[in-house]
Design a protein around this ligand. Sequence first.
Ligand code: ADP
Ligand code: MG
Length: 256
Amino acid sequence: MSTTTTEDSAALAASSLVVSYNATPVLRGADLHVRRGEIYALLGGNGAGKSTMINAFLGFVRPTSGSVRVCSHEVAQDPLSARAQLAYVPENVALYDHLSARENIDYFMRLAGMPMKDGAGIEQALESVGLDRAAWDRRLGGFSKGMRQKVAIGLALARETPVLLLDEPNTGLDPQATSELNRLLKQLRSRDIAIFMVTHDLLSAAEVADRIGFLAQGRIVEEFSASGTERFDVRRLYRHYAGQGMPGDAAWSRQA
Ligand SMILES: Nc1ncnc2c1ncn2[C@@H]1O[C@H](COP(=O)(O)OP(=O)(O)O)[C@@H](O)[C@H]1O
Ligand SMILES: [Mg+2]
């Protein structure tokens, strides 16, 4: 398995990326590449800039300098083309509570200008993400976070985007929902989708990712690859992460 990804072939590429809020840089020259068929987990403490990285790919924040590309589309120059390649699952999934799972996908596909001609495509998407059939026609208002996530990922499948971005997908999931999510992400990887997730959960990242990057002081300070069938050595990863001395990140030491 190749562990290097050239910028040109990458589904997601950030190069020397600097993003500032009110003249304070949060990302300070971050370099990152994710290819199709790969799950990349970006770890970092609270406030490290993980969500900012996702927002840069989405074009929600403008780089102060450096570049961000999605499937070769430069986000700053061609935000719509870049955006069309992306499915985004935010920490709190933004779907309509008063609509059912089926209706949400139908509605958002119309909104995306890709109406599903018959119901079969929607059912296929809901089937693929493993949402209980009994929930398909229930309103999202009563759904758990894990179920909402499945609908959001089902929407990504229906849109057939080559890239999926997930912000803190594990936060607030119980162990069973986490393992279902991990299984689903691996299934998407086998469909040649590039998956970029940001998290502060090292164990979950080590379970699902092909590569793990650590974000600190605005840069990717370390990157690790799982080699073939070998999974990550979590102890070693943890030493790197903790050894990196994320200032003020008390939550991290509690997770050890
Ligand atoms: N829209 C914004 N305006 C000003 N500061 C922001 C904004 N968004 C994030 N920040 C700040 O940038 C830093 C990184 O935030 P964020 O990317 O959300 O971190 P993470 O997702 O790793 O917890 C934090 O200090 C946060 O307060
Ligand atoms: Mg965040």
